[in-house]
Unconditional design. Structure first.
Length: 366
């Protein structure tokens, strides 16, 4: 396989998620400089260096390399919480709630408060948090809110920093922990220019994915203070997440941060161009296109998954439901093809609209 030519990469036409990228030649070359120690015993230099690198970027004391964002989110929640009964408040679309196999209930024994933000985009302190927070005021019927989890980006949308600041202040004044699922915080950072460190300064713990937009083959890093990370490592091991010679994965992830972070911007430019094309052609969108996702409102447009798949096949692109994902390995040719496939789908749907389903719309935050 010619790894230097993006057009020949398996992911060049894959719009299903930003996880479908394949490791680059330089990631694979970096394997030869990897240390080979046992990370479970803290003896692997490459893993330690990756953890320190991401912690430094985030302005936190320590980092913990985890096999997945699900693991780093779930163990972060456990470390943030102490003794049930308690509740976790988050957006109803949050990955931590909607896409982690019910882990909040089973692993942390928490009641969940999944909130529909009034503005349809992101939680605000005034409209969504203050009216819903359950106080720890001695009422024995309640499960007080002890943790709020935000997600940035969420469905590609950027969480405004001013609102994060307000929520963070409120949490600190009310002894509520604040976690960030920053699987795609890289995208928010690249788009807004706000540093990763600044974003992270408002949170007690942050999970950053390496395998999403950045394209590392495996992993996430959880960052927080050293005491927190020590305990998180305990839960990581309990959940079967200890990896031995993880250096080979860590160096690939480190290379992905160095080389691919600057490339994210281009996938945002492409996604926005497709968003604009939708607007110009009256194709309804579900969400504003802030970063690398275009969510088409299939319900409103009368488009079925099957119809879009049909035109996807015709133009040799891979699609998955109503979320069109961009990553740095999408080729120019596939970009043109996704436009054609969507326009053809729309023309067809206008003539033969799909029946509106009674099913709740699906969330794609894989
Ligand atoms: C993918 C994702 C995760 C979990 O990452 P995995 O490595 O797939 O477990 C967490 N949060 C968000 C927002 C994600 O998109």
């Amino acid at each position: 396989m010619d790894l230097s030519n993006f057009d020949k990469r398996p992911a060049h036409n894959d719009f299903r998620s930003d996880t479908f990228t394949t490791p680059t030649a330089s990631m694979i070359k970096s394997l030869v400089i990897s240390s080979l120690g046992d990370a479970v015993y803290n003896e692997d230099d490459s893993t330690n260096q990756l953890e320190a690198k991401v912690a430094k970027l985030a302005g936190k004391e320590s980092g913990l390399y985890c096999v997945s964002g699900t693991l780093s989110n779930q163990i972060a929640v456990r470390v943030n919480l102490f003794q049930p009964p308690y509740s976790i408040l988050c957006d109803y679309r949050g990955h931590i709630y909607a896409d982690e196999a019910g882990g909040l209930s089973t692993l942390s024994q928490a009641m969940i408060q999944p909130i529909h933000p009034k503005n349809g985009k992101y939680l605000t302190l005034e409209d969504d948090i203050i009216p819903n927070v359950i106080p720890d005021d001695g009422d024995i019927h309640l499960a007080p809110t002890k943790l709020i989890s935000l997600e940035n980006t969420l469905h590609g949308m950027i969480f405004p920093i001013d609102e994060i600041e307000k929520i963070s202040k409120f949490c600190r004044e009310n002894e509520i922990r604040l976690h960030l699922d920053g699987a795609r915080l890289w995208n928010a950072h690249v788009e807004t220019g706000v540093s990763i460190e600044k974003y992270c300064s408002y949170f007690d713990s942050v999970s950053l994915c390496l395998s999403k937009s950045l394209g590392a083959p495996i992993g996430s890093v959880l960052v927080s203070d050293s005491k927190f990370i020590k305990k998180a490592n305990h839960f990581k091991k309990q959940n079967g997440g200890g990896i031995r010679q993880s250096g080979i994965l860590a160096v690939m992830a480190s290379t992905a941060i160095d080389e691919n972070l600057p490339l994210l911007k281009n996938s945002h430019v492409k996604a926005k161009e497709l968003g604009k094309l939708c607007q110009d052609n009256n194709i309804p969108l579900l969400y504003p296109v802030d970063t690398n996702f275009v969510f088409v409102d299939f319900e409103k447009a009368g488009i079925s998954d099957e119809l879009f798949n049909k035109y996807g096949d015709k133009y040799n692109i891979k699609v998955h439901g109503n979320r069109i994902s961009f990553h740095y390995q999408i080729s120019d040719e596939s970009f043109e093809n996704v436009k054609r496939a969507l326009l053809d789908t729309w023309e067809d749907a206008k003539k033969n609209p799909a029946e509106r389903s009674n099913q709740p719309s699906k969330f794609y935050s894989l």
